[in-house]
Design a protein around this ligand. Structure first.
Ligand SMILES: Nc1nc2c(ncn2[C@@H]2O[C@H](COP(=O)(O)OP(=O)(O)OP(=O)(O)O)[C@@H](O)[C@H]2O)c(=O)[nH]1
Ligand SMILES: [Mg+2]
Length: 463
């Protein structure tokens, strides 16, 4: 016999049963729909961590003919309470082969096989006595049970519902599968652990396992973002060219290739984050990381990425101090975060707000008759913050997203309005960028600082 706890999520059609299963099993592939009857057959969704099942949830179709089922039970079940589950078993056995009570047979089977009952209601609709036959049938099964009040709409009839549900179920809890995050998930598990003594320890263990898993996902996300930042900020695109002097077309083509690779980095970074959080294959309304859209960094849209206008100008001021310093001196030896170092020299106001002409196209390595064109790294001073803003926004949205949500993920540029980091953190980075302009010895220090900023900002966004 398998040792992990099992729960059957049951109720009326279209009350959020599949949504609850999706959110508790961390599985975004479960079918959810806004018409009743989306789920037609029962299906078990085990939550596996490191290959081990911590618990299993059964998604089931809603009750269709509860009244007739209950009549059958009453006709055949003039027995003492301890024998009632046998009558339900007999009902399932008798009706297994025909379709008359298909939905009820489907939903009762996992319960009769030992699963706990999670009865789901939509408490934004008024209570009605018609639910009582469903609750009676479930009571006859004699399994540990709890009810979940789900608020699908805006109204709130939880008090009425609780008075009724309390007579049938051991526990009644509110849980919204669409908005529930990690904390709500664990809180619900705490309740589920109380339903049956022999489930208490396995579920407490599951909570520990899920806490560790969540921490691991956060740390993996942070590393992914740090790697991405380093890769993009130090990225230099090179290609072989024929002539000593670049044609306009060659320069344009090189710029396009450079931009495309940067964008590819972002696409891959997002895919990695989505994999970490089990959110692969979600539909996205995506605004590409545009390297040309000057408007993106206009003072008017400075609130994008949580950068205030003042903060943008602060960046500009530290850049101004650099004017006159030799370009070669600055670029020599630096690989990491090169863009943020040299931006001030090249840029002026453009270095803060625009992208065009903010990366250098240089012809290098002409020895042995081979000519190489090199482009990058990005010299826009705000570029590191753009990358940070976009990746932290995306990663925190994914991390907080319930697996019951089926709407598109909005990643258009105007959705990046959240403040991504504390002013003090930004100052810390600026200070290190400034130091890096004088000596590349702070490169490691800057990397550590980036990691710290990303960790703190990400955790704050998750709270
Ligand atoms: N806003 C909101 N919508 C919800 C919530 N729970 C479920 N829904 C929506 O309600 C609809 C039904 O959700 P499902 O999870 O498919 O319901 P079900 O009980 O499994 O339905 P059947 O399989 O048809 O019996 C879907 O459109 C969900 O997105 C909620 O807490 N809030
Ligand atoms: Mg369903």
């Amino acid at each position: 016999m398998s040792s992990y706890p099992k729960f059957a999520v049951v109720g009326h059609p279209n009350k959020g049963k599949s949504s609850i299963v999706a959110s508790l099993a961390l599985d975004n592939s479960i079918q959810i729909g806004n018409t009743p009857g989306t789920t037609q057959v029962k299906r078990g969704f085990p939550l596996k961590v490191d290959g081990k099942v911590v618990y299993e949830l059964f998604d089931t179709p809603g009750f269709q003919r509860a009244r007739r089922v209950f009549s059958w039970l009453e006709e055949h079940g003039d027995v003492s309470a301890d024998k009632r589950a046998d009558i339900v078993r007999e009902f399932v056995f008798k009706h297994k082969e025909n379709n008359q009570f298909r939905d009820e047979v489907e939903l009762l089977e996992p319960i009769l096989a030992g699963a706990g009952i999670i009865y789901v209601v939509d408490a934004s609709k008024p209570y009605g006595a018609e639910y009582e036959v469903e609750m009676e049938i479930l009571r006859w099964c004699g399994q540990p049970s709890m009810a979940i009040l789900n608020l699908i709409g805006d109204e709130d009839y939880r008090e009425d519902w609780s008075r009724a549900l309390g007579q049938y179920f051991r526990l009644v809890r509110t849980y919204n599968p669409i908005t529930a995050g990690h904390r709500e998930h664990l809180e619900l598990l705490e309740s589920m652990a109380q339903l049956k003594e022999e489930w208490t320890n396995p579920i407490k263990k599951a909570i520990g396992v899920l806490e560790n898993l969540h921490e691991q996902k956060i740390e993996n996300s942070i590393s992914t973002i740090v790697d991405y930042m380093v890769n993009v900020l130090s990225f230099v695109h090179t290609e072989n060219i024929k002539d000593e002097v670049l044609s306009q077309e060659e320069e344009e083509a090189a710029k396009v290739a450079y931009r495309e690779k940067i964008i590819r980095y972002e696409v891959n970074e997002r895919a990695s984050i989505e994999r970490i959080w089990n959110h692969n294959n979600i539909e996205k309304k995506e605004g590409a990381l545009s390297l040309e859209d000057v408007g993106l960094f206009s003072k008017e849209s400075a609130s994008i990425f949580g950068l205030s206008q003042k903060e943008l100008i602060v960046t500009g001021a530290s850049a101004g101090a650099l004017t006159g310093v030799g370009f070669d001196l600055l670029t020599a030896g630096h690989s990491l975060f090169l863009g943020s170092v040299i931006g001030g020299v090249v840029g002026g106001v453009g270095a803060m707000f625009g992208f065009d002409n903010l990366y250098e196209v240089k012809v290098l390595g002409q020895s042995l008759g081979k000519r190489e064109l090199s482009i990058g790294p990005m010299q826009n001073l705000n570029f590191p913050y753009v990358l940070l803003g976009r990746s932290l926004y995306h990663a925190s949205t994914i991390a907080k997203r319930s697996h019951a949500v089926r709407s598109d993920l909005d990643l258009n540029n105007n959705s990046f309005t959240e403040k991504i980091m504390e002013a003090s953190m930004r100052k810390e980075l600026e200070k290190l960028h400034g130091k890096l302009r004088k000596s590349d010895e702070v490169e490691d220090e800057l990397l550590v600082a980036y990691k710290k900023v990303i960790r703190e900002s990400f955790r704050q966004l998750l709270d």
